[in-house]
Design a protein around this ligand. Structure first.
Ligand SMILES: C[S@@+](CC[C@H](N)C(=O)[O-])C[C@H]1O[C@@H](n2cnc3c(N)ncnc32)[C@H](O)[C@@H]1O
Length: 347
């Protein structure tokens, strides 16, 4: 239940009381984290608590491996997060060339938008009542911790070493519920190789694929949303426009990742991607997959490789595409088999 102090302030969460997302993915989500004074049962810790759905990989007839669910999934349910090694965009370009030769790609762009004050409201509560929220015994330690320092809202600088550390603590590779395919030490070494040095990195809102993600930090649980078909999504959250900061990092799940790397593209996907901050870090977002409708047990789980809200744009671009068998674009011919298939999942 929502703590009375928060309810009184009219704050809202992105989840209903069953932990199902109630917002569209136009906006990012900031979850409570270890720095929040909330109890461990806080309803604003859904992605942060990890996967609860039983998943399995299977061999499809025409797209290599795929991911399916072993149980029925309600609309709005968190499935898992797309994990991978965080690499620079330049390195992604280099690896992309290799992937094009093999026909298999596990790259997922993290397209950053310039920041707003993501998370400030909750990490830095201004309301003195906020500290009086009843705590579970496990949360007592929080009270002894110094309050986290407020970050500058626009950007921060990271040296190579700090960046390496941050990736260990915050990267989806470390944070997700899935099993990483490589050891921690190797993650460190690879990230060092990319020499992310003294860079000014924006934080806040994010674009995933080609859909804008705005940062919000509302805190109220939709107490009424008990509809078994799942909550209606709140699409009112604002959008951010891209800036010069976009397109800096990419996730590569080829060697490090979890089961979500086997999730194929569909032009009628049953999962949507949300950018979620689960640790207050602001800099690396978790790409969290949520069911966008009820999904029967045994169904394949898919998302759109064209990005959030990107299918229509991709369809438009595909209209003028000349099909040349065996050429580069032919590699990205979509075999999702859905009625509304747009032809190519990348172009
Ligand atoms: C992230 S991987 C997905 C797992 C992959 N099927 C495997 O066997 O490891 C992405 C690759 O899967 C294949 N793929 C995914 N969705 C597809 C689709 N709709 N049509 C054709 N191939 C697809 C492509 O080879 C793509 O590069």
């Amino acid at each position: 239940m929502l703590p009375p102090q928060l309810a009184k302030r009219g704050v809202s969460f992105a989840y209903d009381r069953n932990g199902r997302v109630t917002r569209s993915n136009n906006a990012g989500i900031t979850e409570c984290n270890e720095f929040c004074p909330c109890p461990s049962t806080c309803p604003n810790k859904v992605v942060g608590r990890g996967r609860t759905v039983k998943l399995q990989i299977f061999m499809t007839t025409n797209r290599g491996w795929g991911l399916c669910t072993l149980e029925p999934i309600q609309k709005g349910t968190y499935i898992d997060s797309y994990l991978g090694l965080v690499i620079t965009r330049e390195e992604a370009e280099r690896r992309g060339t290799h992937f094009e030769q093999s026909g298999l790609s596990y790259l997922f762009d993290l397209d950053f938008y310039e920041a707003n004050d993501h998370g400030e409201d909750h990490d830095q509560p201004k309301d003195p009542d906020y500290q009086d929220i009843p705590k579970s015994p496990g949360d007592q330690d929080y009270l002894k911790k110094p309050k986290p320092k407020k970050k500058r809202p626009s950007s921060f600088a990271a040296t190579t070493r700090r960046r390496t550390k941050r990736v260990k603590k915050n990267s989806p590779v470390q944070n997700g519920s899935g099993k990483a395919l490589k050891g921690e030490q190797e993650v460190y070494e690879e990230v060092k190789d990319f020499q992310v040095k003294d860079e000014i990195v924006p934080f806040g809102a994010e674009e995933v694929g080609e859909s804008s993600m705005a940062a919000t930090c509302n805190h109220s649980v939709d107490q009424e949303s008990e509809d078994p078909s799942g909550p209606d999504l709140d699409r009112s959250a604002s959008k951010f426009e891209p800036t010069d900061f976009v397109k800096r990092y990419t996730l590569d799940s080829r060697e490090m990742g979890n089961v979500t790397r086997f999730s194929n593209h569909s032009c009628d996907p049953n999962l949507d991607i949300y950018s979620v901050i689960t640790n207050g870090s602001q800099e690396i977002f978790t790409l969290a997959l949520f069911a966008n409708r009820f999904i029967e047990a045994g169904s394949e789980l898919t998302f759109s490789y064209c990005g959030n809200n990107g299918l229509e744009r991709a369809q438009e671009r595909n209209k003028n595409k000349k099909i040349i068998p065996g050429d580069r674009t032919d590699m990205f011919r979509c075999r999702c088999g859905t009625k509304n298939c747009i032809g190519y999942y990348w172009n």
